[in-house]
Design a protein around this ligand. Structure first.
Ligand SMILES: Nc1ncnc2c1ncn2[C@@H]1O[C@H](COP(=O)(O)OP(=O)(O)OP(=O)(O)O)[C@@H](O)[C@H]1O
Ligand SMILES: [Mg+2]
Length: 295
């Protein structure tokens, strides 16, 4: 299978506002795709388009490698914004309402409540649930029918640290069984613990899709150099190694190429008469990388 989710130039307009603007995404089977972006970037709208909860103005959507929409969505579980719960019904009763649609038996419902940590809520009504409890129930609903693809909009929103870990472990466990995930989150550190690929959205556009592996290779470390003359330093370094990946901002230079020895860099600069004030091997945090791109 090529892609579990693929879109081509997808656009959704609300009035004059392009909530999703010319977005092409690619999610392979078995991935945990982390969708990142500021408030209003278009994450929820993109997910709604994929799930047929909103109609695009332009572009194409392909799920399960071009399978018909109806068939694909029957193999897809989702949690978008708040789940629609009956306030005066218990967790079990709420889950059952949805479970009937996919033919889940009671033991399956109990198993799901156990998985999301709601097994002990008994007859407590959903109207009295905390945000985190509602969120857990929403995840249990999404898991009904053993979906092969899960599209979860901020699934750990409102969860306490233990709850976050529980959901993270659950996601990893299901992923190990072959379930593909698309997850949006504002919690970069959390997403960083599980995502295999990231999609960064900004003002409705997909700014960058990058695998976790590539991200680490490209951005984890760089050498930051403060010199007396940035132009002279850049010229010396380029003459030394023409392929060197180098960014110059005034008298400051960053070398992002792998396997560059900072001692060699220092020697080259000094030999070329460049005044060297500072040379540091610096690590880029995921947060820095994303915040720069999210705008
Ligand atoms: N039903 C709607 N009608 C009009 N405008 C909408 C509608 N839904 C979303 N928008 C607009 O589309 C843009 C993208 O919204 P969206 O909810 O997709 O962002 P988001 O990335 O999910 O943000 P958040 O992180 O806050 O959840 C926003 O400017 C929003 O106001
Ligand atoms: Mg949203």
């Amino acid at each position: 299978m090529q892609y579990m989710i693929e879109t081509k130039n997808l656009t959704k307009q609300y009035g004059r506002k392009k909530a999703v603007d010319d977005v092409s995404i690619h999610i392979k089977q078995g991935e945990i795709y982390g969708l990142i972006g500021k408030n209003g970037a278009g994450k929820t709208t993109l997910m709604k388009l994929l799930l047929n909860l909103a109609a695009p103005n332009a572009g194409e959507i392909s799920l399960f490698d071009g399978e018909s929409r109806g068939v694909a969505l029957r193999k897809t579980g989702s949690l978008i914004e708040e789940p629609a719960l009956v306030k005066n019904a218990s967790a079990f009763e709420n889950l059952k309402r949805f479970g009937i649609l996919v033919g889940a038996d009671d033991s399956e419902l109990h198993r799901l409540l156990e998985m999301v940590g709601l097994a002990d809520t008994g007859s407590k009504k959903a109207g009295q649930f905390s945000l985190g409890m509602r969120q857990r129930l929403g995840i249990a609903i999404a898991l009904l029918g053993k979906p092969e693809l899960l599209i979860l909009d901020e699934p750990i929103n409102g969860l306490d640290p233990a709850g976050i870990k529980g959901i993270r472990d659950l996601i990893l466990e299901l992923n190990a069984q072959g379930v593909t995930f698309m997850i949006s989150s504002h919690l970069l550190d959390e997403l960083g613990k599980i995502a295999t690929t990231y999609g960064v959205m900004r003002d409705g556009k997909m700014v960058e899709e990058i695998s976790a592996e590539e991200l680490i290779q490209r951005y984890r470390t760089y050498i930051r150099i403060a010199t007396g003359n940035g132009d002279q330093a850049a010229a010396a370094l380029r003459a030394w190694q023409p392929g060197l990946q180098l960014e110059q901002t005034g008298n400051e230079i960053r070398i992002t190429s792998d396997n560059t020895d900072s001692a060699d860099v220092a020697a080259v600069l000094v030999q070329n008469g460049v005044r060297l004030y500072e040379l540091v091997n610096q690590a880029v945090s995921l947060e820095d990388f994303f915040i720069e791109r999210m705008g």
